[in-house]
Design a protein around this ligand. Sequence first.
Ligand code: B1M
Length: 208
Amino acid sequence: MSSFEQLSKNVISGNQTQVRDYVKALIDAGTNPLDIINQGLIAGMNVVGARFKNGEMFVPEVLMSAKSMAAGIEIVKPLIADKDMPSKGKILLGTVKGDLHDIGKNLVGMMMESGGFHVVNLGIDIAPEKFVAAIKEHHPDIVALSALLTTTMLHMKDTIELIKEEGLRVKCIVGGAPISQDFADEIGADGFAPDAASAVELCARLIG
Ligand code: B1M
């Protein structure tokens, strides 16, 4: 098994210590840092995303994998100029107004980062005006809204409406346990993702 495969394997199993060790060994061997990210870390997370989607991996395991991936990235990042850091696009992520649930949203954020996107995570209880201000500050390609309550999901509509009223050209996607494709269509969202892995695929489709 190649060193890249061993690194991927440890990302999949969520072994942070081994991931750090393999990344350091690859760096010591003079490996291109971008290859470490693309062929080792991201390759591993791609497998995790697929297994999560198929119900072969569960939330705690995915979080361990995402943390392992982040531990590897931390070591490699200083070796890469910002301009070279692979980024498929910028995503602004937040849980909507009145909603304090963030476990799924953070999982989505980690998977997006692992998938090569730059993520600005605004946190929880984000009012439409705050999303608008953040879009003006960060100029994202996509705004990703999360809601876990049937009451707060209505604020997704308010948020999308305000973004449109302000004339901001950005794609809006929605997700969270009570959200459906029908609801997304009804409120004029550009997309809906039922889980973290699908959210990464959706972003790649919308940007690419
Ligand atoms: Co609350 N809660 N909660 N809660 N909570 C639910 C959601 C609930 C279904 C429980 C129940 O009654 N069975 C229910 C909602 C009912 C409804 O509206 N229909 C509920 C309620 C009622 C409440 C309170 C009102 C309870 C009260 O105070 N009376 C209150 C509301 C607080 C508020 O937000 N204002 C409340 C509070 C809390 C805690 C603070 C205690 C805690 C949150 C802690 C935290 O997040 N830091 C909590 C929790 C943990 C839950 C449950 C048990 C678990 C949620 C979770 O983290 N799931 C939940 C019941 C349940 O789901 N079994 C429940 C795991 C997570 C990985 O999944 O978040 O669905 P999920 O994310 C998935 C997908 O949905 C998707 O990808 C993720 C990964 O696959 N996804 C996206 C999510 N966001 C996305 C964004 C995207 C794309 C995909 O971007 C486009």
